[in-house]
Design a protein around this ligand. Sequence first.
Ligand code: ADP
Ligand code: MG
Length: 273
Amino acid sequence: VYEKGGIRKSTTSCNISIALARRGKKVLQIGCDPKHDSTFTLTGFLIPTIIDTLQVKDYHYEDVWPEDVIYKGYGGVDCVEAGGPPAGAGCGGYVVGETIKLLKELNAFYEYDIILFDVLGDVVCGGFAAPLNYVDYCIIITDNGFDALFAANRISASVREKSNTHPLRLAGLVGNRTSERDLIDKYVESCPMPVLEVLPLVEDIRISRVKGKTLFEMAEYQENLNYVFIPREIPDRELFSLPSDFYLNVNLENPEKVMLEEQNVPSLGFTVI
Ligand code: ADP
Ligand code: MG
């Protein structure tokens, strides 16, 4: 999951992670943003980062155990934060590379069905591009603005470049916190890629962040959110469509209707460029 800061990557990542965990997958979410708040709504606090732990261990990788860096989050999602150098010092991209190196040494990559990297990466330098060497799909989060789409374009160029040497594909764009999509549509006309979903501004999501929770966790005690996240096997595509359908076409009289109509949407299958 890539884009510039503040575009809603972590919110989207946490909700996707839980959705996949609910489908029985063992999920690891790796925050690759020096802001180190990717997994905040999963754990409810800012977990110590890889860099914090390495500092404590005086950079002796052999002294680091999985439980030093992997924290359990909501819904059974495992969480790692790469962290970053102090503001104005060092290289954030380098930290991402070191995180991957450490997790490989811990054999952590073989433990999971899904590993989701949440990457601050509109400037895709070597370090921030490192996750692209390991993943199968890249999802770009955007809004309907020029800046995010400009960044999306640079990211898709990086994916294209990497896909020459790695089995990497661009899954597509997710618009988050935007009800307009004219610029998104114009962009995909000239640079064809799927628009996985466009999610409007959702007050519940804004509130969930303040509470340090995801919508899934809030739904536990907020009944009106309950039926959005009925746990069951659903096509990939619906993971993205459920909240937007709910908030755009809310049908409180007959909530099941939204779910049933959605069954007609073909599974995305994630075959792109
Ligand atoms: P990033 O990880 O890209 O820096 P975040 O995921 O932290 O961005 O999101 C930034 C802010 O936007 C958070 O406070 C989050 O709760 C809020 N947000 C995300 N999606 C929505 C939405 N659909 N509606 C309202 N607020 C949202
Ligand atoms: Mg983030």
